[in-house]
Design a protein around this ligand. Sequence first.
Ligand SMILES: Cc1ncc(C[n+]2csc(CCOP(=O)(O)OP(=O)(O)O)c2C)c(N)n1
Ligand SMILES: [Mg+2]
Length: 332
Amino acid sequence: MEKITKEVYLKWYEDMLFWRKFEDKLAASYIQQKVRGFLHLYNGQEAVLAGALHAMDLTKDRMITAYRNHVQPIGMGEDPKKVMAELYGKVTGTSKGMGGSMHIFSKEHRFYGGHGIVGGQIPLGAGLAFADKYFKRDSVTICYMGDGAVRQGSLHESFNLAMLWKLPVVFVCENNGYAMGTSVARTSHSTEIWKLGLGYEMPCGPVDGMDPVTVAKEMSKAIERARTGGGPTFLEMKTYRYRGHSMSDAQSYRTKEEVEEYKKIDPITQVLEIIKENDYATEEDIKAIDKRVKDLVTECEKFADESEYPPINQLYDMVYDQEDYPFVQHKI
Ligand SMILES: Cc1ncc(C[n+]2csc(CCOP(=O)(O)OP(=O)(O)O)c2C)c(N)n1
Ligand SMILES: [Mg+2]
């Protein structure tokens, strides 16, 4: 893994702050009904992504996740303006406005969604890794899932085959404590989710998911193992989401105090403290970062706002790849 230098801390601070503010803007846009449908925000979980991106080779590695998926493609290199436009349902979006919040996709940057079926992305992640192994490419797939996904059969089938075929994949459970409003303790006999790997003799373990340094170190070991033929790893990142499951969640299943406890170990604050303690940046430098972040969010919002909705015939054009299909030509 590349060393965690002053530049890395500054990048982490700027990236994570941008992801947070980008999503805060989405929440406001949702209330204004500019973003429709579902909206699941990532606030609080940013270290899980920041640390992973540091450990990955962004020229070849892949990522797939569930529906809490707005900032991952940005981290992988996608233009945040296009991501926001997608959420606004505009033609300039990553999927021409046809995917929306839960289905961000960026083939160019090897980000494969964006999946609404809980656990649905786990076999797909194993499949991406299978393809890399089959075609003898040395890419590694990072396959994220929530704590609510780990009791799905798809995880167990995928874990077995991933171990059998030593697939180059890192399975990451982002344990934010809840699946919608249901705590892990209400659905799992063992709340140590990482132990699910033991049944398959898969290297596995718990990770402090609020600290990007720990995440980067553990991800780096797992990625190295996958890239060198050692097969999969299962990491349980212990993290927390500050906002509700989606925008329509009244959050009656937890207390405000619990949320405040986690905010004390907020990943952005932790990184900022390290920056300040080590004099990695002056107050002026930090203000400049904050302003850059604010300006970029405004730019994304303006782009999304001013873009057009897709033309109606796009409904048909995006369904079929084959030029002469459907055989009856559609007319609008
Ligand atoms: C197969 C399936 N069952 C149920 C649902 C309804 N559902 C949507 S999100 C969710 C909870 C998932 O929680 P978790 O995996 O912990 O992810 P988080 O939202 O915490 O990121 C459920 C049950 C679904 N989308 N798919
Ligand atoms: Mg969860």
